[in-house]
Structure formats: structure tokens, C-alpha cells
Ligand binder design. Structure first.
Ligand code: PPS
Length: 277
């Protein structure tokens, strides 16, 4: 909890006026928040280490869910260790830029001890080259576009730095045109799919994880080369269920600063949609 308090306390020093919705700017043809675009050189030049694990997805595809699964696997099902800090503190978000003095994602990764588990929403072509040079493992999660865009729409209303989502019809059109943050859903999921056999990549589907979590978590264990007893696997399945994570303040973003995530509008984990079963 201490780490979360530190993260939140940074925001008390943020000058007024920094907490506002930020327009997007193209970075190599991909729309990103201007603050991310301004910091782009640092992201591009990021130096990965061979034992870094990258967890990547288009926004709202189940990144947080995968982060929790990976953390519990890495900690052999130890709940106390997995609850040492909230998601956003446990896993630095590579391209994230929050108002100063909050450290950027690149700076947070640099401070994290190895082996590092790093989050990104960058499309394949924007992932820093060093990840591939170092032959890092990557877990990619894809979710169907309908649920992704609905989830994104609600999230954009809550997250105070993202552009105003506006009316649903326009938001949906922007999604289909690849004009939302992190670009085209289609190019995102296809970009990683096309490269999945040329890199150490595990390509996962949100819907498969819902359908059969035991089977899918086993895949992640194999990929991470961790063998766990059946009862530990069962424990991980239980603690990474939607219900358990929604009730876990270290996994449900309820500790995220109110100034950034307006929780009076909704919750990070909304509900399990019908398509997701
Ligand atoms: N355990 C579990 N089971 C099923 N679904 C889960 C789980 N954990 C997170 N979620 C849902 O994933 C959505 C958030 O996706 P991300 O974590 O990728 O969001 S983010 O882009 O990193 O902000 C968001 O989807 P919606 O509820 O549809 O908005 C979360 O509820």
C-alpha cells in the first residue's frame, strides 16, 4: 500500500492545469497522447533486458487480468506477494507519461528490479527494437472488437487525460477508422499475429481465457517455464476470476488516483459482457 500512497502523493505536487484531457498526435502514423508523443525518443531508445517480459494488447483487452495471472505464476501462487502493491505500481507501463513529477513509464521501468514485467499498448511496429534484439518474451492478448470498443468508451469517460470520448456513434466511427489512442484495433491484433512465430510470443485471446481459464493459464505457465502443482493452479484460477479481481483493491484500480480516474463515473472492471462467456 505504501507504494500506492507514494504514487498518489506525486499527484499532490502536480501543477494545476496539467490534469486535463490531452489531444492525440501521430507517431509514425499511430495516434498517441501528445505527452507520449513528446517523450517518444525515450521510448524508442528504451533498452530492454533479455529477461524482460512484455505484456501487450490493444487497450481494454485484458492486460490487467494477464498481469495478475503472470504475477501469481511468478510468485508460485503466493497471494501476499501478489498483493504487495496495486497493478499500476507492480507493472510499469512503458509509454505512459503522467504529469510531472510522476515518473514516466520508461523511468519507472529503469528503476524496477529484474526480471521486469512491462505493460504496453503499443502496436507491434512501435515496440522498441531492443525487445526483439534481446529476444524477450512477449504475451499478447486480443479481445473481440465489440467488447474492446465498449470497454474503451467507458474507460475514456473515466480517465481524465484521454481525449473526451464524445458521443458513442462518433467514438465507434473513430474506433473503426483507427483514430483512437494506439490506433487501429485491426492493425494491432494483426500486427502481432503476423509476427507471433518469428519472436518468443504467446498470443492469447480474452475469450479463450473466459471459456477455459485452467487451459489458458497452463499455456502461460508453459510459456514462462513454470511448473505448478494442480492445487496452486486452481488457486490462481480462483484469484484471477473476474469476481475475485473486482473485489481485490490491488487488482481493480480502485486505489488509482481519483484525479486521473474518476471513479464516480464507473468502475475499471465493469461487468462480464455476454460475448465474453
Ligand atoms: N479477471 C477478469 N476476467 C474478465 N475480465 C477482466 C478480468 N480482469 C479485468 N477484466 C476486464 O478487462 C478489461 C480491462 O482491460 P485492460 O486491463 O486491458 O485495460 S487497460 O487497457 O489496461 O486499461 C475490462 O473490461 P470491461 O469490464 O468490459 O470494461 C475489465 O473488466
Amino acid at each position: 500500500m505504501e507504494a500506492a500512497q507514494k504514487f498518489n502523493s506525486f499527484l499532490q505536487d502536480v501543477p494545476k492545469g496539467f490534469l486535463k484531457r490531452i489531444p492525440l498526435r501521430l507517431v509514425h502514423g499511430v495516434p498517441l497522447r501528445e505527452t507520449i508523443a513528446d517523450n517518444w525518443r525515450k521510448v524508442e531508445q528504451f533498452q530492454a533486458r533479455p529477461d524482460d517480459l512484455l505484456i501487450s494488447s490493444y487497450p481494454k483487452a485484458g492486460t490487467t487480468w494477464m498481469q495478475e495471472i503472470v504475477d501469481l505464476i511468478n510468485n508460485r501462487g503466493d497471494l501476499v506477494k501478489a498483493r504487495r502493491a496495486p497493478t499500476h505500481v507492480r507493472f510499469p507501463f512503458l509509454e505512459m507519461v503522467l504529469p510531472p513529477p510522476v515518473p514516466s513509464g520508461v523511468d519507472a521501468v529503469a528503476k524496477a528490479p529484474s526480471p521486469r514485467v512491462i505493460k504496453t499498448h503499443l502496436p507491434f511496429q512501435l515496440v522498441p527494437k531492443s525487445f526483439w534484439e534481446q529476444n524477450c518474451k512477449v504475451i499478447y492478448i486480443a479481445r473481440n472488437p465489440k467488447d474492446s470498443v465498449v470497454s474503451f468508451y467507458y474507460f475514456e469517460q473515466m480517465f481524465s487525460l484521454q481525449p473526451e470520448p464524445g458521443h458513442w456513434e462518433q467514438f465507434l466511427q473513430n474506433f473503426m477508422d483507427g483514430k483512437l489512442s494506439w490506433g487501429s484495433w485491426y492493425q494491432h491484433v494483426c500486427g502481432y499475429w503476423d509476427e507471433k512465430n518469428t519472436h518468443r510470443m504467446l498470443y492469447m485471446f480474452y475469450e479463450d481465457m473466459k471459456e477455459n481459464p485452467v487451459r489458458e493459464i497452463r499455456k502461460v505457465m508453459e510459456f514462462l517455464e513454470v511448473d505448478l502443482a494442480p492445487d496452486v493452479l486452481e488457486k490462481i484460477v480462483h484469484h484471477t476470476s473476474f469476481k475475485a479481481m473486482k473485489e481485490n483493491p490491488m487488482a481493480n484500480y480502485s486505489t488509482y488516483p481519483e484525479a486521473l480516474l474518476n471513479k464516480s463515473i464507473g468502475t475499471f472492471m465493469r461487468k462480464v459482457s455476454s460475448q465474453s462467456h
